[in-house]
Ligand binder design. Structure first.
Ligand SMILES: Cc1ncc(COP(=O)(O)O)c(C=O)c1O
Length: 406
């Protein structure tokens, strides 16, 4: 991937093997892994259930264009977690988001979508946008080769700003709002009290579908923020970790959306509707999702990982406080992150306070002490195999790194 050129230290480590919350590089250096494949391995590397599912399913057929019995178990499990009743499958969260946007425009017959300024929902054209200084929706820095001017497809609005949300929706041309319930890709930006309820109320008032992307925010609970905060989305998107490291994703829809879609879709041309993929929902995908969802991401795991994230955040906060640094640390479930400013309340604020040099210094310093953080921000994710000792290693490394530059 192009982004591998950006790992701290000018080159990526080459991995030899990983298990649980740790990995070993090809030079036999051992690391605590707080990156966990940027959520792809949030359940821990190579859980026994996923390994077993991979082996067993490979003996009885990997893909066939037919549903397997596992599909029911997976869909019912996801419904219990997120409260929406019908599920379809994709190979990545990017694809799942693309399909949901297509369904939304189709159902509402409206051309535009709304996203949060500085959001990230994968490599989805319509979402690679930010607001410029004049408040116009433009391509985000670094987005290459947009098909069309993104202001044609998208309106961006700052997170935590209901006035801007209403302004974006009131034109009557918006099919859906696609959002993370807390931003996790430009630091962690938590919703202010009433913001998410306000978004739901506005989307209902203007006939706009609400898509909640839980791909990262599954860190908050077994049913992500949707379950934890009682959200009522029309679509839920979830990718990355539900395959235990195997590329899979799912998107769920409410019973009402599903029945509207069933009435509207034309059976004769459904295979070329622009949704789906040959290997999506394969027997392999279903087997690994069943293995993951039935043995991982359970209440008991969060009961272990959330306190670990709190311990990690406290370790960082202690250093920040003791040095009276104007920095902050945020936590969402089993994910925590520090930022070189007070806690941002929207994406643009967070982006304006990025300090690449300082960030690289902390990442490299952590790596040299046997700790991998999530690249491009200062994020740590806990998995069930992590223990207090792993977190304390980070607290000590962070203290040492701060001491060296203060
Ligand atoms: C919230 C969110 N949605 C979607 C994606 C896209 O996931 P993938 O790259 O696996 O398609 C990401 C990736 O970081 C993400 O953070």
């Amino acid at each position: 991937m192009p982004w591998m050129t950006r790992w701290a230290g000018s080159f990526p480590l080459f991995i030899a093997e990983a298990a649980g919350g740790r990995f070993v590089d090809v030079d036999d250096n051992h690391y605590v892994d707080f990156c966990l494949g940027d959520t792809g391995s949030m359940v821990g590397h190579s859980t026994p259930a996923v390994t077993e599912a991979l082996v067993s399913q490979s003996r009885i057929g990997l893909t066939s264009m037919l549903p397997s019995g596992d599909a029911l178990v997976v869909a019912e499990n996801l419904s219990r977690r997120f409260g929406v009743s019908k599920w379809q499958f994709a190979l990545s969260a990017t694809d799942a988001n693309r399909f949901v946007l297509r369904f939304s425009r189709f159902m509402t017959n409206r051309p535009k979508i709304v996203v949060n300024d500085w959001c990230y929902h994968g490599t989805v054209d319509e979402t690679l946008v930010i607001l410029d200084e004049a408040g116009r929706t433009v391509s985000r820095p670094g987005a290459i080769g947009p098909q069309v001017d993104p202001s044609v497809t998208t309106r961006a609005v700052p997170f935590n700003d209901l006035t801007a949300m209403e302004e974006a929706l009131r034109h009557g041309d918006v099919a859906c709002v696609l959002m993370e319930p807390a931003l996790t890709n430009i630091g962690i930006v938590l919703p202010k009290p009433g913001y998410l309820e306000g978004v739901r109320e506005l989307t209902r008032r203007y006939g706009v579908l609400l898509v909640i992307d839980e791909t990262h925010t599954i860190c908050a609970s077994p049913g992500g923020c949707t379950a934890l905060w009682g959200l009522e989305p029309d679509f839920v998107v979830i990718g990355k970790t539900i395959g235990g490291g195997v590329p899979v994703a799912a998107y769920g829809m409410s019973a009402d959306v599903a029945s509207r879609l069933e009435r509207m879709l034309d059976r004769d041309s459904i295979d070329v509707g622009g949704v789906g993929g040959t290997l999506s929902g394969s027997a392999l995908a279903m087997a690994v999702m069943k293995a993951t969802l039935t043995t991982s991401l359970l209440e008991e795991h969060f009961a272990h990982t959330i306190p670990l994230a709190t311990r990690w955040a406290n370790g960082v906060q202690d250093v920040i406080s003791s040095k009276a640094l104007p920095w902050s640390v945020q936590q969402l479930g089993c994910r925590a992150e520090y930022w070189f400013s007070d806690a941002p309340t929207d994406g643009a604020q967070a982006a304006s306070r990025v300090d690449h040099e300082l960030e690289e210094y902390f990442h490299l310093s952590a790596l040299n002490r046997g700790i991998l953080l999530t690249p491009f921000h200062n994020m740590a994710l806990m998995c069930p195999s992590h223990v207090d000792r792993d977190v304390d290693l980070h607290s000590a490394a962070f203290a040492e790194a701060v001491e060296k530059i203060s």
